[in-house]
Structures are given as structure tokens and as C-alpha cells.
Design a protein around this ligand. Structure first.
Ligand SMILES: NC(=O)c1ccc[n+]([C@@H]2O[C@H](COP(=O)([O-])OP(=O)(O)OC[C@H]3O[C@@H](n4cnc5c(N)ncnc54)[C@H](O)[C@@H]3O)[C@@H](O)[C@H]2O)c1
Length: 372
């Protein structure tokens, strides 16, 4: 197949391209190779054998030109961050999806598959269960509650404690601008695909881990931040109390899922959670990283939190399992591969301080203490 991969110079995109090329597909990458994800232009890991076009996915003419010679599309290009530049999320993440379908419909393109990268952030704060009042879908935590250091979410009816459930694909409860844009792009893609007969699948990835996860992006992940700290000899900070749950998923499991839905017709018209299947606290992840780097310094809880974060989220992955996929790798595997790759990247010394300063000055990272 001739496959267009937007964002194919990025983390998930490049790993997916590697496997598409290995399977004999003709792969074209459209990627802006933008900051903050990329520093110093084209990364070394762009898939050999893929045709790279450096350009913006919102460039309609360029996108149309590439779509005309394409059988299938993976749409990974996106703006991801925690920063409060809300319109940029919609502009990049939502408009690009709309343009893709607009071109396909206007030019009657015969696309055999469109796979759109959504995110667990579309589910946001997931499902909980109150022993007395049953299933609950809590809304975002008010800042005054966070400032008081109250991390756990009480039942919206009785304020009693609740258990965290695995969140299935039917739940959409995005808490930040990124999650909202991902949910919007997922709805656009699936419904326009259905309406105009363009076979479409949306993938809601949990936090993906492995080599090539952008080192320079403030947003991207606990594994990156913890690994950078331990590589540079410092101890990382855990947001909140370090007990937030996440179902980290390995990059190679994600690629397996991406390849599966390209060819399995049962995937058409559906959204799939792609998670690791097991929930870990951020403290547990930090411990995995610490042991890998052989450090004596445990991560510290300092009373800081990230405004707009969800408390817990763990995806229900049964739907994708029914198509024959299952996560095969552990966070230990991901951390080992990331730790081996990270020192190959240049200019690491100032990355943590720069990201931290940006998140603080824009009010993303806040502190219980500093607010009294
Ligand atoms: N990595 C994760 O944990 C994760 C989790 C959930 C969802 N996702 C989604 O998966 C997709 C891929 O994520 P990733 O982790 O590989 O991110 P990434 O930042 O490594 O890759 C994204 C790529 O898109 C490119 N890009 C950004 N804006 C562009 C534009 N306007 N035009 C063209 N290219 C542009 C970037 O240069 C980058 O190479 C994204 O849509 C993301 O929202 C990722």
C-alpha cells in the first residue's frame, strides 16, 4: 500500500514507519519537524526508505498533493503540551483532521483506511465507582481543592471515597485543551468517515513509552523526566502525592496495534483504547527508573502539582484484545530501552530547567505551599 504518515518523524510515527517499510509498504512522511519536539531539524531516526516531506499538515495544497497518491493514512501530527495556548491545539489537531476529510471528499479519493491518533486524554478523568452511588464520571478538580493538597476525588453525590475503574471507549471526559482537541478530532474523523464511506479508526493511546519520545517537550512524560533526572544525577519530583495511577504502554505494543487496525476490517468506524493493561503509580514508575539508573536518590514529594492533570486514568483495553492484540512489554522494558537511548541525544543539560521554568511561569506547575 502507499501510506501517508503525518507526524512520521515523531516518536510513534517513526516507529510505525519502520514497521510499515519493513512490511513492504511505500511510505511517505509529512512532518513539520517542529520545536519543541525536534531541536536541530530532521532527527536521525527518520525511517530509511520513507519519503520525507518537511511541511505543515495544515498546508492544504501540500496535504492534497500527498493524499492524491495515497491508499491509507496514519494521522499522528499534533501539538501536545500542557501550556495554556488553547487555540493552537484546535488549530493543529482539529483543523488538520477536518482538512484531510475535506480533501478526500472534494477529490473523491479512494482512501482504504485512515487511522487517527487520539489520546487517553479524550477520556480525561475516567470512570470511578462509589460503593453507595455506583458509577461516577467526575469533573475537573477545582484549584482551591488542589491547593489544599486534597488529591483524591470524592463521590460527586456523597463525597465518599471511590474506586478507580478501567475506562472504556464510550467515556469522553477531557480535562484540558489537548484532551478536548483530541476528542474533537476523534469525533470528526469517525463521523465524517462514516458519513462519506472513508474507513476510519481512532486510537486512544495511554502514555506511550520508549526511545525517541521527545526529550525536549515539556509535555512528554514521566519516563522522560525521571530518566533525565537520574541520568544527570538529580532526584525527580513527584507531582501530587506520587499515587496517581497510569497504564503506561510500550511503543512496540502501540506499533503492533497500529498495524493491526490497518488491515482488520473489524476496526473500521471504531475507537480503541491502547493501554498497558496494568495501572502503576507515578512513584512506582519512578522506582523502576531509579533502579535502572542505579541511583540511591528516591523521587521526592514536594507539594507540587500540574494544574489540569487528571488524578487517575486507566484504560479498558478489552475491545482491542478482542481483535487479537495484547500488550506484551512491561514498563521495565520501556524504561530499559529509553535509558539506553537517552544519552545518544544532544543538549540534555538544560532541558529540565527550561521545561520547568516554562511550566511554572505559565502557571501549569503549582505548589500547595506557595499558595498557603
Ligand atoms: N506519546 C504519547 O504518549 C501519546 C499518547 C496519546 C496520544 N498521542 C498522540 O499520538 C500522536 C503521535 O504522538 P508522538 O508521541 O509520536 O508525538 P511527537 O511529538 O513525537 O510526534 C508528532 C510529530 O508531529 C509533527 N508535527 C507537529 N505539528 C505538526 C504540523 N502542524 N504539521 C506537520 N507535522 C507536525 C512533529 O514535528 C512531530 O514529529 C499525536 O497525535 C499524539 O497526540 C501520543
Amino acid at each position: 500500500m502507499r501510506i501517508l504518515v503525518t507526524g512520521g518523524a515523531g516518536f510513534i510515527g517513526s516507529h510505525t514507519c519502520d514497521q510499515l517499510v519493513a512490511r513492504g509498504h511505500e511510505v511517505t512522511v509529512l512532518d513539520a519537524v517542529t520545536a519543541p519536539v525536534h531541536r536541530g531539524g530532521r532527527p536521525m531516526y527518520v525511517t530509511p526508505g520513507a519519503d520525507l516531506y518537511i511541511g505543515d499538515v495544515r498546508n492544504r495544497d501540500l496535504l492534497a498533493n500527498l493524499l492524491r497518491r495515497t491508499d491509507a493514512v496514519y494521522h499522528f501530527a499534533a501539538y501536545q503540551d500542557y501550556l495554556p495556548d488553547f487555540s493552537r491545539f484546535t488549530d493543529v489537531n482539529v483543523t488538520s483532521v477536518a482538512a484531510l476529510y475535506e480533501i478526500a471528499v472534494a477529490e473523491r479519493l479512494d482512501l482504504q483506511r485512515v487511522v487517527v491518533a487520539s489520546s487517553q486524554a479524550a477520556a480525561g478523568e475516567g470512570l470511578y465507582r462509589c460503593p453507595e452511588h455506583g458509577e461516577q464520571l467526575p469533573t475537573m478538580r477545582p484549584d482551591e481543592v488542589l491547593r489544599a493538597g486534597r488529591w483524591d476525588i470524592g463521590c460527586p453525590v456523597c463525597d465518599g471515597s471511590m474506586t478507580v475503574c478501567r475506562t472504556p471507549e464510550r467515556v469522553a471526559n477531557p480535562q484540558n485543551a489537548y484532551g478536548m482537541s483530541k476528542h474533537a478530532s476523534e469525533v470528526l474523523a469517525l463521523n465524517l468517515g462514516r458519513r462519506y464511506g472513508i474507513p476510519t479508526t481512532a486510537m486512544r493511546y495511554s502514555i506511550v513509552q520508549g526511545p525517541r519520545q521527545s526529550v525536549y517537550n515539556a509535555y512528554s512524560g514521566a519516563c522522560r523526566i525521571f530518566s533525565l533526572h537520574y541520568l544527570l544525577g538529580s532526584a525527580p519530583t513527584l507531582y501530587e502525592d506520587g499515587q496517581s495511577l497510569r497504564d503506561y504502554v510500550n511503543i512496540h505494543d502501540v506499533v503492533d496495534a497500529n498495524l493491526l487496525v490497518l488491515e482488520d476490517d473489524r476496526a473500521v468506524g471504531r475507537v480503541f483504547n491502547v493501554g498497558g493493561g496494568t495501572a502503576y503509580t507515578t512513584e512506582q514508575l519512578a522506582e523502576i527508573v531509579r533502579k535502572r539508573f542505579g541511583s540511591e536518590q528516591r523521587a521526592r514529594v514536594t507539594g507540587e502539582y500540574r494544574f489540569g492533570d487528571t488524578r487517575h486514568i486507566c484504560s479498558d483495553i478489552d475491545a482491542l484484545k478482542q481483535l487479537g492484540w495484547r500488550p506484551q512489554r512491561t514498563p521495565e522494558d520501556s524504561v530499559a530501552e529509553y535509558a539506553a537511548w537517552l544519552p545518544t541525544m544532544p543538549d540534555l543539560d538544560d532541558v529540565l530547567a527550561e521545561a520547568d521554568a516554562a511550566m511554572r511561569s505559565l502557571g501549569v506547575v503549582r505548589s500547595v505551599r506557595s499558595h498557603g
